[in-house]
Ligand binder design. Structure first.
Ligand code: ATP
Ligand code: MG
Ligand code: FE
Length: 346
């Protein structure tokens, strides 16, 4: 069975073809980051309009990449939510119109389920059950995953998401949008002893997080610095602050993962979402894994942030368990807000 995946929840348009026999056949992605950069964040209306421009050329590219034609598609999976309403509507209307035209069934996929299952696209995928740390631009959650559609939330952020903390702190350091990769590169040159920033909720017994205080700590350091030296903050100071920020966030994320593994007795940890691309986080988790004897799995770097492959894959996983999960019902209704625990068990 060949499933076409369509992702358009935020500022990436992604299309992909996943074959349940042969794996991922091809995928194509267009990121709008350059367009949104000058505004310092995603402008929803611009995002929707750009998805419209990109969707069909990316579909052609995906089909060509796989050497397939429209007639080869058996089902279409699209991101139904959560995300920006207008952006979601573009992907869902593309998927449903194609379904109607080709007389093929469609399936709305939860964006976070796509992220969550993306490490299973890797060459050495984890087996169920596992603990998943989902660290994206809009979410930070620790989950127990027992199978496709079987997710138990253990804890989540009470305020900012990890990716949001990266982006906001990077903005305070004048690093542009999205700031995660930039702050990470800068931190490589930072002195770890220069700034010891707070580790919010590090010692609480739950699996929740809080990152807004960390961003405020970065703001305070930047402000104090500016007052003291009057002149602009220099590159080395920025690198030191970046290092202080990353060391704090990475320590909290690592500690909570370790305690979730201990609490559940599981030995497999899966990282998903854009922050999962972070080199410092990966190094810290790998070190903890070696020490505490668990295995850690990551998505391929290109599948950490939004992409169509994870949506095609999540759709295909659901369809393999329940072929009736996709329907010839083309009345698309997107779900901009959609808690993961409300998704249908397969
Ligand atoms: P959600 O999936 O919660 O709706 P999203 O789709 O915007 O949010 P992703 O695409 O998974 O989130 O990830 C984007 C986030 O990942 C951004 O906040 C970005 O700064 C962060 N990010 C990407 N690469 C890195 C990196 N190397 N280090 C740290 N953060 C990173
Ligand atoms: Mg994005
Ligand atoms: Fe995402």
């Amino acid at each position: 069975m060949i499933v076409l995946g369509v992702e358009s929840s935020c500022d990436e348009t992604g299309l992909a073809l996943y074959d349940t026999q042969h794996g991922l056949l091809s995928h194509a992605l267009y990121s709008q980051v350059a367009m949104h950069e000058e505004y310092g964040g995603v402008v929803p209306e611009l995002a929707s309009r750009d998805h419209i421009r990109r969707a069909i050329p990316l579909l052609t590219q995906t089909l060509e990449g796989a050497g397939k034609s429209l007639a080869d598609i058996d089902a279409i999976a699209y991101t139904q939510g959560p995300g920006l309403a207008g952006a979601l509507l573009v992907g869902s209307s593309v998927a449903c119109s194609l379904g109607l035209a080709l007389d093929k069934p469609v399936l709305g996929v939860h964006h976070l389920e796509g992220h969550l299952l993306s490490p299973l696209l890797a060459t050495q995928p984890p087996e169920f059950p596992f603990i998943a740390l989902l660290v994206s631009g809009g979410h930070t959650q620790l989950m127990r995953v027992d199978g496709v559609g079987q997710y138990t939330l253990l804890g989540e952020t009470l305020d900012d998401a990890a990716g949001e903390a990266f982006d906001k702190s990077a903005k305070l350091l004048g690093l542009g949008y999205p700031g995660g990769p930039a702050i990470s590169r800068l931190a490589e040159f930072g002195d770890p002893a220069a700034y010891k920033l707070p580790r919010p909720m590090l010692h609480t017994k739950d699996f929740n997080f809080s990152f807004s205080g960390l961003k405020t700590a970065v703001l305070t350091v930047v402000k104090n610095h500016e007052q003291k030296v009057v002149a602009n903050i220099c590159e080395q100071d920025k690198a030191n602050i970046a290092r202080g920020f990353i060391d704090a966030i990475v320590e909290v994320l690592t500690a909570k993962c370790v305690s979730a593994l201990k609490h559940t007795g599981l030995k497999r940890l899966v990282i998903a979402g854009g922050v999962g691309a972070n080199a410092q986080l990966r190094a810290s988790l790998n070190e903890a894994a070696a020490k505490k004897k668990f295995k850690v799995f990551y998505p391929e770097l290109e599948f950490c942030t939004d992409n169509g492959a994870m949506i095609a894959f999540a759709g295909a996983m659901r369809l393999m368990i329940n072929p009736d999960a996709a329907k010839k019902d083309y009345s698309f209704n997107v779900r901009p807000r959609w808690p993961l625990d409300e998704i249908k068990v397969v």
